[in-house]
Ligand binder design. Structure first.
Ligand SMILES: [Zn+2]
Length: 214
């Protein structure tokens, strides 16, 4: 297997290498596939991100995937600031790794809420709980995304794992493929969870989670 290559030498190479080994072990244990080691391209500033994208990018936008490779703000930039930021760097790196596994297992990168939710879950990027009304926005996030997708995706993924376990969500992922559309996803969801992927059933699930927690 190809070793991951760090574009631009960084001081804490060993720490990154160690971290990736551990992340790889956890993610391959869940997704039950292995991935080609990506190149990790470190971006030195917001200015450089803007230059690559040819536009002014939002502050929260710190990493992305292109052709199976990771682009991420240089950890030195995070390290220069606070501890919180350094922790954030590791979370983002693991988040992007999770996307690579999702793509390898399913062949696609949607439903977006599921992909983002799993990435936040594995990266332990704990998000605030959406209101019941906001949680239903999950239906908007099949192919599109916006800043709220992380809260909504994390909430549903965590709930499905807490209530039904990791095996079920893995089973759901195994049934996804390139022909997936929203209707087919509904059928697959129903088959795995014996609940309909509808507003009504999700409302019930939303409360089920509440009663389990309190
Ligand atoms: Zn993501």
């Amino acid at each position: 297997m190809k070793q991951h290559r760090l574009i631009k030498p960084v001081k804490n190479y060993t720490a990154i290498d160690k971290f990736i080994l551990k992340a790889d072990k956890e993610l391959s244990g869940f997704f039950k596939v292995s991935i080609e080691k990506p190149n990790i391209n470190f971006i030195s500033s917001r200015k450089e991100i803007n230059r690559i994208w040819g536009m002014k990018t939002e502050k929260w936008f710190k990493a992305w995937l292109k052709n199976g490779n990771i682009y991420i703000l240089d950890p030195e930039i995070y390290a220069k600031e606070s501890n919180y930021r350094t922790k954030h760097f590791w979370q983002i790196l693991k988040h992007e790794y999770s996307h690579l596994y999702y793509k390898k297992l399913t062949g696609i990168n949607y439903p977006k809420w599921l992909n983002e939710g799993l990435a936040c879950y594995f990266a332990r990027q704990i998000r605030k709980k959406p209101s019941q009304e906001d949680s239903i926005k999950v239906f908007d996030y099949f192919r599109k995304s916006d800043w709220q997708i992380y809260d909504v995706g994390y909430f549903w993924v965590k709930l499905l794992i807490d209530v039904y376990g990791k095996n079920k969500i893995f089973k759901l992922l195994c049934l996804l493929n390139q022909n997936l559309n929203e209707r087919k996803f509904g059928l697959i969801f129903n088959r795995v969870y014996e609940a309909k992927f509808t507003k009504n059933d999700l409302h019930c699930l939303y409360h089920l989670n509440n009663s389990k927690r309190h």
